[in-house]
Design a protein around this ligand. Sequence first.
Ligand SMILES: Cc1cc2nc3c(=O)[nH]c(=O)nc-3n(C[C@H](O)[C@H](O)[C@H](O)COP(=O)(O)OP(=O)(O)OC[C@H]3O[C@@H](n4cnc5c(N)ncnc54)[C@H](O)[C@@H]3O)c2cc1C
Length: 425
Amino acid sequence: MQNDDWNGAARDRRSKIANGVSACSDVWATRARLTTLGQGDSFPRMDTELTPEQEMLKKSVRDFADGVIRPRAHELDEKGEFPRAIVKQMAELGLMGVAIPERWGGAGLDALSYVLAMEEISRGCASCGVIMSVNNSLYCDPILKFGTDAQREKWLTPYARGEKLGCYALSEPGSGSDAAAMKTVAKRSGNEWILNGTKNFITNAAEANACVLYAMTTMGVGHKGISGFIVPMDAPGVRIGKVEKKLGIKASSTCSIVLEDARISGDGLIGKEGEGFKVAMATLDGGRIGIAAQALGIARAALEEALQYAGEREAFGGPLNQLQAIQFMLADCATELDAARLLTWRAAWLKDRGVRHSQESAMAKLYASEASSRIANRALQIHGGYGYVKDYAAERHWRDARITEIYEGTSEIQRLVIARGVLKG
Ligand SMILES: Cc1cc2nc3c(=O)[nH]c(=O)nc-3n(C[C@H](O)[C@H](O)[C@H](O)COP(=O)(O)OP(=O)(O)OC[C@H]3O[C@@H](n4cnc5c(N)ncnc54)[C@H](O)[C@@H]3O)c2cc1C
């Protein structure tokens, strides 16, 4: 009965997403075939034609972003204000658990749909994009994949519905890329776990109700000593520490989480003891696809604004867009954006088919994030002096794009993952 209610609510949200949208098509309805290095002819062929449901989702999320998010993006960035009202509306549209099954409160769509929605939301506001991505990929996904039904009921359903917000805590002040060097410890005490340590740079932490958090349960065995936990943010001994002041994505919050003899219930472990590193890395394989999509959204916003500006601004007797130097910049932006999107769609497509996609996610994240920075940089350049001041959004896109090269694994870490796959053949 309860499940039927959830399914009904999720269907309702999905129909809201699709509401009023007629069949639409765009350049992305082009068929293409992509293969993956080393996987040869037996590898399934990717078809990039979107389903009618995906087309509808894309169009309606774009309309929502244009109508509600984009007009507020500048103000949110200026104030560094967490966009509560927008997050609530995103939840009503089913965007806080896009690829989570309806049974667990999600919209029941696929990873490619999630990518489409992430691009549109991030085109409107990169901060809203990361808030959505952390809840979807980093919090909900590991509980869906590795949690028990009891954990899913309590810790997934309200979060996938967007009634509550989740965060993900792997990084620490002394360990980011080298996650296995973490110092946070968790010890069993009767029917509880006691946690001590500090988690650093945690997106959504200040607003979150719960956190998927990693700690050492066995010392001296490297990553095999790490376990994953669901930590309620109001558990005794849990508090928010330093609130970061950032270059970009200013409307999302980034804080440390301090654990001082923090007590959580004995059933807070996700998966088995000692398997936390596996949970964290599998989560990042999916999360990186979301960040690649965030990078696409930022890049598209930057390119669209550069195109508009280049058509309006005059120099040497005509619009900027008649100057070949400007046209070449626009051509490079459009080409890199398309290449980044194809890589991102491929990674999502593999995830949807249950095919291992660590390397492809890393490629998508690496290329899309670096392309996004290059595109935002060119877009700023096309705006000339106006690109450097706050009258136009070009400088915000340039600042926002930069983080996609850092979080959920820096570009150097993505190259390590890709190289490992390439060398393996
Ligand atoms: C705004 C923001 C939001 C974030 N949100 C979250 C979050 O929600 N949850 C979370 O857990 N973390 C989060 N992070 C942390 C983020 O994932 C880390 O900052 C990132 O993984 C890099 O770790 P680090 O900062 O410790 O850098 P380090 O690991 O110290 O790296 C420093 C430099 O060395 C390079 N480097 C390190 N190791 C190697 C290597 N083996 N080979 C080559 N180069 C290497 C890196 O690429 C980088 O250039 C966030 C960070 C920021 C800034």
